[in-house]
Design a protein around this ligand. Structure first.
Ligand SMILES: [Zn+2]
Length: 362
């Protein structure tokens, strides 16, 4: 009798395990938020007030999200393992002093990990930036210090050669290692600007790259262009930030082009923006509900579906100069109240700078 009972139970157990595995696979997603200043007196576009920052932390707690080190998310992605949809990582770019004075005590009180991307040549005793001893203190309380280039150089538009870019990244990494004993080999691109060329330089040296445009991430994300949700300036409103930090990651089979520089895209229709084609491994949203917003253009724009798992989208008008994002979202079927969220970055260079770069690139 017991034997007869055991069999159905073990089958049931197996099925349950399989279902939970499948469920985990279909909702593999983590989010990363990005801050610069935490202050009332710094430029609004790159700041949150201490009050807003406290509200964000309270919201993360209320939503039951788990604040994890950025390395934990990246390690899972590197190992091609699903990430927990409740994971969130907190990051700060530039290493501003107000992060030490204002944000750090709040994070320390909660015992939450966080990451600061710094420019080693700007780390010195000052009113604006943290110095090495302050950064050291952060590392003793859950802070990871990572690479944001030596002096916040624009890697795409700064006129640096490939060799100079590589040296910059490696020297910055070495300085952080020497001062703090940390060397995570993760770079946040200054101004969020990267290209296939920059990514190749990082990739060759075993680095991971972080962008500044929005989207949840998982093991199908590009390790050289991991997306983060800016949470400062116009993005600091807790109501809109809430949907972002709960967002889910699309399961990418592939996407093309990976290039961001519009001038490198072949066969571009001059009447509209470049075409972005995405192939998914699976989807937990209705096709008709996927919609994209394009920087500087009115929206939403509906993508064209090529097959059940493949869509393409182009901005209806040609892109404005500078950084433009195609921001695409769709509500989850299985996880009511949560949205899939991804974005694609494009960079259109002013013409004069383009010709200069052509000569210098090697
Ligand atoms: Zn920066």
């Amino acid at each position: 009798m017991i034997r007869l009972l055991l069999k159905p139970i073990s089958v049931l157990l197996m099925l349950t395990t399989m279902t939970s595995l499948l469920w985990h696979q279909s909702v593999s997603a983590a989010t990363v938020v990005l801050y610069h200043h935490v202050s009332e007196t710094t430029p609004k576009s790159t700041s949150v007030s201490p009050q807003q920052f406290a509200e964000h932390l309270a919201m993360i707690e209320e939503l039951g999200l788990e604040v994890v080190p950025l390395t934990q998310i990246v390690d899972a992605i590197k190992a091609n393992k699903p990430v927990n949809p409740n994971w969130i990582a907190i990051t700060f770019d530039d290493g501003f002093r107000n992060v030490y004075d204002t944000a750090f005590p709040m994070l320390k009180e909660k015992n939450w990990p966080f990451t600061v991307f710094v420019n080693p040549l700007m780390v010195k005793p000052s009113k604006l930036y943290m110095d090495w001893s302050q950064l050291k203190t952060l590392t003793e309380h859950g802070g990871d210090i990572m690479n944001h280039t030596l002096e916040h150089e624009n890697l795409v538009q700064g006129g640096l050669t490939n060799k100079q870019i590589e040296t910059n990244i490696l020297v910055a990494e070495e300085m952080i290692k020497e001062q703090l004993g940390q060397n995570h080999k993760m770079v946040a691109y200054p101004f969020g600007e990267y290209s296939d060329n920059i990514k190749a330089i990082l990739g060759k040296n075993g680095f991971v790259g972080f962008a500044q445009h929005s989207g949840a991430i998982n093991e199908t994300s590009d390790l050289l262009a991991l997306t983060r949700f800016p949470a400062n300036g116009i993005y600091a409103n807790p109501k809109t930030l809430k949907n972002k930090i709960k967002s889910l990651a699309f399961d990418f089979e592939n996407q093309s082009p990976t290039e961001t520089l519009v001038r490198n895209i072949e066969k571009i229709d001059t009447e509209q923006g470049p075409l972005w084609r995405v192939k998914l491994k699976g989807k937990d949203f209705y096709q008709s509900q996927l919609a994209c917003f394009i920087t500087g253009q009115s929206g939403p724009v509906k993508p064209t579906w090529i097959s059940d798992l493949e869509f393409e989208i182009a901005a209806p008008k040609s892109l404005q100069t500078g950084r433009v994002k195609y921001n695409c979202t769709a509500p989850s079927i299985k996880n009511s109240g949560r949205f899939y969220w991804t974005s694609k970055l494009w960079i259109t260079l002013p013409d004069d700078l383009s010709s200069e770069l052509n000569e210098e690139s090697e």
